[in-house]
Design a protein around this ligand. Structure first.
Ligand code: GLN
Length: 303
């Protein structure tokens, strides 16, 4: 039977899709979705733009494009997101890993930690930070927790799919962790203010507020994590947390008030203050009964 309509080429389909999608990265979004539908690589769209799409593929693509145009994150449509060197499964139970969170992984890998360090990622979500660390340091004992059972399950599935060892427990911060001390506590907790207008824009509309929002000033969860970490850290252990671009000063003060030393803030790929770290000081010999060290801020590389 003669066709009434010519088949769409990849380039035509991508142009139409990008126009419908709009936003920050319409062409990239369209290419990722078309690659998923066809099984063809993104480079093939450039090398072979006139390649024709079968009707079925074009229809499936149109469905994904309209979902994307309505705001559904690409990561949710694909069911996966790249983080560090890993491909992680994602779902609406938790945050989609962000590139800036890779800065926490980099910072952690640069710390002076023991060869077989005990590490915990608090509020692990997909398992992103924990699994990136486990992939880089096979001799570390990496643990992760999440208060949301579905997120903990997702982190377990990601660990399994990547063949990386990761112990995942359901715990709201430290509340249900088995007793023990860590050489490194690392976390990307919720830190957005309840009334932040960004919550009505972009991908965050499709992510759970439990993974994003932390009270009126966005610091509720950071306060708990920073205040309780000393009870869970080995002497000379480190705490590394992600925070909002305008929370660096407040977070450094929380670290200092809890007794951390070597407190420093680092910037993200966009040049914004994004993470703060600090060291839980080693006890002085013979000072086992001494009270916690006086808080002070030793250093910061943030301007
Ligand atoms: N950085 C994320 C965003 O602004 C928020 C991550 C978080 O709350 N932990 O979208």
């Amino acid at each position: 039977m003669p066709r009434s309509k010519p088949l769409l080429t990849c380039e035509q389909a991508l142009r139409q899709a990008a126009a419908a999608i709009g936003g920050d990265s319409p062409r990239l979004d369209a290419e990722l979705l078309l690659a998923r539908v066809t099984g063809w690589s993104r480079t093939s769209f450039r090398a072979w733009p006139e390649r024709e799409l079968a009707d079925e593929a074009a229809e499936h693509f149109a469905v994904l494009v309209s979902q994307r145009a309505n705001g559904t994150p690409v990561a949710h449509l694909l069911g996966e997101q790249g983080f560090w060197s890993l491909t992680l499964q994602v779902n609406p139970s938790t945050l989609i890993p962000r590139p800036d969170t890779e800065c926490l992984v980099e910072a952690a890998l640069a710390l002076p930690l023991p060869g077989a360090a005990r590490v915990i990622d608090l509020g692990t979500g997909t398992g992103a930070i924990a699994l990136a660390l486990a992939s880089e340091r096979p001799q570390w004992q990496v643990m992760a927790c999440d208060a949301v059972a579905d997120a903990a399950e997702l982190a377990r599935r990601n660990a399994c799919a990547l063949g990386l060892p990761l112990e995942v427990v359901v715990s709201h911060w430290f509340a249900d962790l088995p007793p023990g001390r860590f050489d490194l506590i690392i976390s990307n907790p919720p830190y957005i203010r309840r009334d932040d207008h960004h919550l009505q824009q972009g991908d965050v509309r499709f992510e759970p507020s439990t993974a994003l929002v932390a009270g009126d000033d966005g610091l509720d969860d950071l306060r708990v994590i920073i205040a309780e970490s000393p009870d869970w850290l080995q002497p000379a252990g480190w705490l590394v947390v992600e925070h909002g671009y305008d929370q660096g000063e407040a977070v450094r003060q929380l670290f200092a008030a809890a007794g951390f030393t070597a407190v420093a803030t680092r910037r993200d790929y966009g040049g914004q203050e994004r993470l703060t770290l600090g060291c839980w000081p080693e006890r002085q010999v013979g000072a086992d009964d001494a009270p916690r060290p006086i808080s002070h801020r030793e250093s910061s590389d943030a301007e």
